[in-house]
Each structure stands twice: as C-alpha cells, then as structure tokens.
Write a protein that binds this ligand. Structure first.
Ligand SMILES: [Fe+2]
Ligand SMILES: [Fe+2]
Length: 300
C-alpha cells in the first residue's frame, strides 16, 4: 500500500503543523528532542494531497484564532454591529480584484502562468463584491458611499494593509493564504446566521446580499474548494509560504474582528454617526438602535 502523504509547515518560532492525507492534524513543538533528530525541523519538499493541504490551511487558521480564544468577544448581534461589519466587508473587497491582478502580473513576469491564471480568475470572481455591501447599506437606508468614504473600522485597517502589502511583494504567493483565510471563515456562516441578520432588518428589506454570497450558501464554499485544490498543486516551497501566510492573516483577522466586536453598541453608533455626520435611520422607529432595548428582535 502506498504511504499516506504527510505535509508539515513551521508557522511560528517553535510550532509546526503536521497534516496527513487522511485528515489528521497535529501541532508539533520541536523542543525536547535533543536526543533525536526532529524530522519536521527541515522544510518539507515532498508531494501534496488535498487532504493534507486542507489540514495545514485550516490548522493555520485554528492556531491563529487560538491566540485570542480566552478574550474572544461574543456580543449579541445588533443592527449597528451589522452596519459596521458591512463597512468592513466593503473595505476588504473593494481593492481585491486590483490587488489580485497586480499579483497575477508579477507571476506572469516570473514565468508562472498557472499562478497568474488562477489569480486572474479569482480577480474576476471577486469583482463587484464591494457593490453588494454598498447595496446592503443602501437597503438599510444608510448612505453607503458616504459612510465607507469616511470610515474604516479600526480593526479592519491592518487586514486591508496586509493584503495590499502581500500583493506587491516580489514573490506574492502569500496573497493566496490571506484569501483562503478570509474565505474559509466566511464559508462557515450558515443559513441560520443569515436568518438572524434578516430578523434585525426592517420588514421587507433585504440587506444580506454580501453575507449570503460570502457564506456556505454562496460562492465562498466553491472558492474554498478551488483554492485547496490549487494550493495542493503548488510546489512545496509555495505551499509552505501559503500556509504561513494563512496563519499570519488569521492572527491579524482574529485580533481585528475581536477589537470591533468588543466595542459597545453605543461606541459603534458614535463612530457611525460621526462618519455620516447625521443620525442613522430607524433611531426612533421599532428598530432600537438607541434607547434601552438594544437587543436583536426575536425571529418572527
Ligand atoms: Fe468576495
Ligand atoms: Fe470569494
């Protein structure tokens, strides 16, 4: 019987992720192996398999989120929080096609047409996603263009900067790790998550276009599958770099999201209304953005 493929990547000073084709994943620390040669101390050079590649990628996300596990904010969903999330969604989408095309043209220069083709395809698929977030804001009666022009949530800024920086590197393979991290997390969202948001929205208003498309119901699930397949097709050095960047992006994303989620609704409203220069709609209607009752309306 042919041996199962094993892949490994060192992601931090002393932690490596080890993944087998069968789906098993370990976090390995190199310490305490003085008497033995640590087989995972040298970078992997071998072949890949989809099963081990996904283990490395998802292991990197889990490890990144483990850093904030004890501080993880779990706020009630509010309309103000959702509006901030839509602004964040706009900013993490608006430059994606341009950035991916920039990285693609670098890979063409590097005589790596297969990577360039993959990134160009992704750029096409991601085009217009910023418009979905703007449409959702508009559906909620919020002047989206003005809001996004005046406001980038603090926790989202480092994420946008990371992607900008990755796409202009001399060897911009890390941008695939960043994209995987964001898309994998989006693809965890289920129909019930969308229904909860829908329950917050005014009757007859659909403000879940972005969310739906970036969930298990939309294109994200396919994007994740395609990325795993593509990463598994790359040489070992590239796979290592992609997994390392998936981990770095997960760290930045976890800290950033948590920073936003830890804000009180009053702080969020303050930021939103300052950026808009006016009160948000629904202030004095049945959608209790202000006042004592700030919890989400129960579903139906
Ligand atoms: Fe997207
Ligand atoms: Fe996507």
């Amino acid at each position: 019987m042919a041996g199962l493929v094993t892949e490994w990547v060192n992601v931090t000073g002393d932690i490596s992720i080890i993944a087998r084709e069968s789906g098993e994943v370990w976090f390995h620390t190199g310490s305490g192996t003085k008497d033995h040669v640590d087989p995972f101390a040298t970078p992997m050079t071998g072949v890949s398999a989809a099963g081990s590649t996904v283990g490395l990628l998802d292991g990197a996300i889990n490890l990144g989120f483990a850093v904030i596990e004890k501080r993880l904010a779990r706020p009630d969903l509010t309309l103000a929080g959702y509006i901030v999330a839509l602004v964040g969604a706009y900013h993490t989408s608006v430059d994606t096609p341009r950035n991916l095309r920039r990285a693609a043209s670098r890979f063409n220069e590097l005589a790596r047409p297969e990577v360039a083709a993959y990134l160009e395809e992704r750029a096409r698929e991601e085009t217009g996603h910023d418009r979905l977030a703007l449409k959702d804001l508009r559906a909620l009666g919020v002047p989206g263009e003005r809001l996004v022009a005046n406001f980038i949530p603090e926790g989202i800024k480092p994420l946008c900067k990371r992607f900008d920086d990755l796409c202009v590197e001399d060897y911009p393979i890390g941008c695939i790790g960043y994209s995987y991290c964001l898309e994998r997390i989006a693809a965890l969202k289920q129909e019930t998550d969308i229904e909860k948001v829908q329950a917050l929205c005014p009757d007859g208003v659909d403000a879940t276009r972005f969310l739906r498309s970036h969930s298990s119901l939309g294109s994200e699930a396919t994007h994740v599958e395609e990325t795993i397949e593509f990463v598994a097709s790359l040489p070992a050095n590239d796979r290592i770099r992609v997994v390392q960047e998936t981990y770095e992006s997960a760290l930045i994303l976890a800290e950033g999201y948590n920073h936003e989620l830890l804000k009180s609704e009053a702080e969020m409203l303050e930021e939103l209304e300052q950026a808009l220069g006016e009160a948000l709609p629904y202030r004095h209607t049945s959608y209790p953005l202000h006042g004592e009752k700030r919890r989400a309306r129960p579903v139906a």
